[in-house]
Design a protein around this ligand. Structure first.
Ligand code: SAH
Length: 459
């Protein structure tokens, strides 16, 4: 597998400074199962190309034992030595580590500069073909040229293979280009990754920073990148995509004003105080942002956080510093794992329960189950539910019509849709319900988010 990076920015040989690799030298680095060679096929002031050649040793690959449970012959007869794109990521990270971290020792400003780059990759396996390649790279601004390799040039009627020679053109910082390749090459391949480990989720979050969360295919990228990670993928999706759930990607333009999520949370706290609530359950508490606010209010004597995601609960636990609480406070706050679609008596008996931006993460057909669990079993005196207001989406510049604010949203409702659902539930379950807009109000579309307050009717 060969990766070349070319620039024409004068003097083009500055690429050598950026990559920390001298254009006149041929260099080699050992990898866990092979070697990387770096050399420059051309190096003039007007055009300079750095080549990274990945030379995988198929026997070393097998010795590593990565595939030990699989079909024996398959270990030797496969395309990995030629196309192992997860190794290409590892090679990029190793050979170009300074550049990937945005450092340029001798000419630091170069690392900050957007350069005209042409990247060529051969041979790249792409499960999903040219359409997928475009889906991955075009939203990031690349011009994509892809040539499929025929299965056998002798027999054109056999058609094309899933291998491509790909050229990507864009003007951007080298660091950005390298992190894009680092994540997206294995995503194209979608085959086994030999390096998946505990830190892979963090790596994805770190390398994807600033572009992955707003990428229209972010969910597909995360799933594929962490393929074979099984149940962890779900957690990763939460970490990578939902960490920012509080303030979903499309809501970001609001940041400079007042962060929408802070408004939501503060409104909820104020309402709970106004209702003289003493005990409260935060259902779908995520990483515990609301719990932190509740914890600071002594009038709340019992606080419960519940979420289906263990990973989120772990983050909540550390952010709340529960281990360090004095004994007198320990019983006041509790975190539990649970799903809002099953009856659970642990969430019953509270003055109030809140679901902040949770319902849109459930499939709509699961809402009757949530209704039973929350309105039926938990049955708090007061219940606050917030959800995004779909009508407001037209005001977010970056959003495509018909898309959702977040990859994990299963639906988004307008104010009328939310009202219709909430009023029907209130009617069935013996609650009175009232509504309000959250966030900066637009005359026609309302607020970016919306809230319903349910009060239990006593007779
Ligand atoms: N309320 C938090 C998190 C909102 S994100 C906040 O406002 O910051 C939605 C949360 O709902 C996630 O943490 C997710 O794990 C949780 N969730 C999704 N489906 C759930 C279910 N069926 N039961 C419990 N929690 C669920």
């Amino acid at each position: 597998m060969l990766l070349t990076i070319k620039t024409t920015r004068y003097p083009a040989t500055d690429l050598g400074y950026l990559l920390h690799k001298h254009p006149a030298k041929v260099q080699q680095f050992p990898l866990s199962a092979g070697k990387v060679h770096i050399f420059y096929p051309e190096a003039t002031d007007h055009s300079c190309t750095a080549a990274l050649l990945l030379d995988i040793d198929p026997v070393a690959l097998v010795r590593k034992g990565a595939d030990s449970n699989e079909f024996a012959l398959d270990q030797y007869v496969n395309d990995r030595p030629y196309v192992a794109s997860s190794f290409m990521s590892a090679a990029i990270a190793q050979a170009y580590s300074s550049a990937m971290n945005g450092r340029c020792r001798d000419k630091p400003l170069l690392a900050e500069e957007a350069l005209p780059l042409e990247i060529n990759i051969s041979v790249l396996p792409v499960r999903g073909g040219e359409a997928l390649l475009r889906e991955l790279f075009e939203p990031l601004g690349y011009e994509v040229l892809a040539t499929a390799v025929p299965l056998d040039p002798q027999f054109p009627e056999w058609g094309n293979s899933r291998y491509f020679t790909v050229t990507l053109r864009h003007t951007l910082r080298l660091q950005q280009a390298l992190t894009h390749l680092y994540i997206l090459l294995p995503v194209c391949d979608n085959d086994k990754h030999y390096y998946i480990g505990d830190h892979e989720i963090e790596k994805l979050a770190e390398k994807g920073k600033g572009w992955l969360d707003t990428h229209p295919a972010s969910e597909l990228i995360t799933r594929r990148y962490l393929r074979h990670l099984g149940p962890l993928t779900r957690q990763a999706l939460e970490v990578v995509l939902k960490e920012e759930i509080a303030e979903t990607p499309a809501e970001k333009p609001l940041k400079d004003k007042l962060r929408l999520h802070d408004v939501r949370l503060q409104t909820v706290v104020d309402m709970l105080l106004e209702l003289s609530v003493k005990t409260v359950a935060d259902l779908g508490c995520g990483e515990g942002k609301l719990l932190r606010l509740l914890k600071d209010q002594p009038s709340f004597t019992r606080i419960l956080g519940m979420d289906v995601s263990l990973r989120s609960l772990e983050i909540a636990q550390s952010k709340l510093k529960l281990d360090k609480l004095p004994a007198s406070q320990k019983d006041r706050i509790q975190l539990i794992q649970g799903a809002l679609t099953y009856r659970d008596h642990r969430i019953a008996g509270f003055d109030a329960a809140v679901l902040v931006e949770v319902i849109e993460h459930l499939d709509e057909q699961r809402l009757p189950a949530l209704e039973k669990a929350v309105f039926g079993t938990a049955r708090p005196k007061h219940l606050i539910i917030t959800t995004v207001n779909a009508a407001y989406n037209v005001l977010f510049e970056k959003m495509q019509p018909g898309s959702f604010r977040h990859a994990d949203h299963r639906f988004e409702w307008t104010r009328a849709q939310f009202r219709e659902w909430a009023e029907a539930v209130a009617e069935r379950c013996g609650y009175a319900v009232s509504f309000r807009d959250l966030g900066e109000l637009h005359e026609t579309y309302g607020g970016p988010s919306q809230l319903a307050l349910f009060n239990l009717l006593t007779n």
